[in-house]
Design a protein around this ligand. Structure first.
Ligand SMILES: CC(C)(COP(=O)(O)OP(=O)(O)OC[C@H]1O[C@@H](n2cnc3c(N)ncnc32)[C@H](O)[C@@H]1OP(=O)(O)O)[C@@H](O)C(=O)NCCC(=O)NCCS
Length: 187
């Protein structure tokens, strides 16, 4: 997937710096180093979990969830990409719903945040359609050019109103201690 390339033409979706804009093979190596680096820095309350998106047995993209001082704020962020051929088929919404289910139901999040360049219609539409509310704007650069970003937030109450009943979580409780999250059953 990453070797084949994950970014296509403008409007570019990722802010700087990101490995996904590099040429192959630097792209693959930088991306792998980023994933390994994130996995090696899992501490209480601060972590990033990387999930592969698989459709009919084929990897088509990734969906991350990360917590920053999660033990204090209970807020997660998400990051996603699909290969160009997999976009616009409803998978983006599906994978965000899946990761939100893990965050709220599995990890006990209180809130989820999202952000995308204002011209990233697909990402912003996923957030809007899942009940996120606008949370201001900011600026970032992409390929060194400044562009506005739309920020979004989804409270637990609003997620509950949109949550799906057909998503199953497996093995989450065993992972809670390494993330610094108290087990619902207590110590
Ligand atoms: C963002 C991304 C994950 C969304 O996934 P997707 O599978 O393409 O989106 P979906 O097919 O689930 O569509 C979600 C919504 O956006 C709309 N949409 C999708 N592509 C669109 C486009 N190019 N223009 C306008 N609307 C679009 C869909 O109609 C749908 O709206 P609806 O709920 O009203 O029907 C995917 O497009 C992607 O990987 N893009 C490149 C990387 C990226 O932008 N990552 C996020 C960085 S913040």
């Amino acid at each position: 997937m990453v070797r084949a390339g994950v970014a296509d033409g403008p409007p570019h979706p990722f802010d700087d710096p990101i490995s996904l804009y590099l040429d192959s093979p630097d792209r693959e190596w930088a991306w792998l180093r980023g994933v390994w680096n994130g996995r090696a820095q899992v501490h209480d309350g601060n972590w990033r979990l990387y999930f592969v998106v698989v459709v009919d047995g084929e990897p088509v993209g990734m969906q991350d969830v990360f917590g920053t001082d999660f033990d204090t704020f209970g807020t997660v962020g998400t990051f996603s990409w699909l290969g160009p051929a997999a976009r616009g088929k409803g998978f983006g919404r599906e994978m965000r719903e899946a990761i939100l289910h893990l965050a709220f139901e599995g990890l006990g999040a209180r809130e989820a945040a999202s952000a995308a360049f204002s011209d990233n219609l697909a990402s912003n539409r996923v957030s809007e359609s899942l009940g996120y509310t606008p949370n201001g704007t900011e600026w970032a650069t992409r390929l060194l050019e400044p562009a506005p970003i739309d920020r979004w937030r989804l409270t637990r109450a609003r997620w509950s109103a949109h949550r799906r009943s057909d998503i199953t979580l497996a093995g989450v409780e065993a992972c809670l201690p390494v993330l610094g999250i108290p087990s619902p059953a207590g110590p």
